[in-house]
Design a protein around this ligand. Structure first.
Ligand code: PPS
Length: 310
């Protein structure tokens, strides 16, 4: 396994952490529920100062983060598959706010070891992003996914991610999502927060559904935002290497490097389905009606063009 950048390899660190993993409760930071280890270390996350050349990839959990990380890493490395397989995605693109039991390096530990320009992942809602990103005018890519598919994906993730609170039964989970009682808080506030600021802050706001509909088109948008001019061949390679099928089989992208006490992929795969519209296999007509009614209320003050089918 590749080095984690702080002495131990990532897998060694996880092994040494032993059986300290459990389903952490959520604690609020400025009204946003976060996993306990993040909330307890909040001051150091808030104090993080990026370099102006750093790039932030931000999402509500399960909106297409890993897909976008892989696309960006490949674009920055000229579509070279070997370079993008140099280390697990969590090491190549550290997760800003994540804290795990020692000796597993935190996102901040990994970032300290890397020279800018760095690519950084976050799930923080707009108002919790460390001020330095805006002061230094860092580029930010935001990816949003339609609420119902996002919810379904998060539900299955919470079943297999043994460090997040128990999802409980499906019907109750829908209500937790609607109330924002999940890690990183309200999906509604999250997508609206970045949407409101996207022009002022030069945020590239992408949609998972657009990426599914026409991956090449969206990859070119990302490439242009990054100021790169890659050949058609390289772009085509990035399209191929970031398809669901290829990423599902890529051990550096499919989270198979995460041991079972953290992600139990026998319960549900990290790369689960990767589709638009899977919500229809989960919601009863009554649940969909109730959800849509609440959605209309929560989203009435915005015009974000979400699509729950393509
Ligand atoms: S996380 O844990 O928040 O970082 O998860 P995230 O990467 O945001 O979301 C995981 C979902 O994205 C799907 N995925 C993809 N879909 C299409 N194409 C590609 N290449 C791809 N890579 C990841 C993944 O399957 C999860 O969605 P679901 O619906 O659960 O399958």
């Amino acid at each position: 396994m590749e080095q984690g950048g702080v002495g131990l390899s990532f897998s060694e660190a996880i092994e040494q952490a032993g059986d300290v993993f459990h389903r952490f409760p959520l604690l609020e930071v400025r009204g946003v529920p976060l996993m306990e280890p993040i909330a307890l270390n909040w001051d150091s996350v808030a104090a993080f100062t990026p370099h102006p050349s750093d790039l932030l990839i931000s999402t509500y959990p399960k909106a297409g983060t890993t897909w976008t990380q892989e696309i960006v890493d490949l674009l920055l490395n000229n579509g070279d598959a070997d370079v993008s397989k140099r280390a697990p995605i969590t090491v190549r693109i550290p997760f800003l706010e994540i804290f795990s039991p020692p000796p597993i390096p935190s996102g901040l530990d990994l970032l300290k070891e890397m020279a800018p320009p760095r690519v950084i992942k976050t799930h923080l809602p707009f108002q919790l992003v460390p001020e330095g990103f805006w002061e230094n005018k860092c580029k930010v890519i935001y990816v949003a996914r339609n609420a119902k598919d996002n919810l379904v994906s998060y539900y299955h993730f919470d079943r297999m991610n043994l460090t997040q609170p128990e999802p409980g039964p499906w019907d109750g989970y829908i209500h937790k999502f609607m109330k924002g009682n999940l890690g990183w808080g309200s999906w509604y506030d999250h997508v609206k927060g970045y949407w409101r600021e996207r022009e002022k802050k030069n945020i590239l706001y992408l949609f998972y559904e657009d990426m599914k509909e026409n991956p090449r088109r969206e990859i070119v948008r990302i490439m242009e935002y990054l100021g790169l001019g890659l050949s058609d061949d390289v772009i085509e390679r990035v399209v191929q290497l970031t398809s669901f099928k290829v990423m599902k089989d890529n051990p550096m992208a499919n989270y198979s490097f995460m041991p079972k006490p953290v992600f139990d992929q026998s319960i549900s795969n990290f790369m689960r389905k990767g589709e638009v519209g899977d919500w229809a296999n989960h919601f009863t007509p009554e649940q969909a009606r109730m959800f849509d009614e609440d959605y209309a209320e929560q989203m009435k003050d915005t015009d974000i063009p979400f699509r729950s089918s393509i």
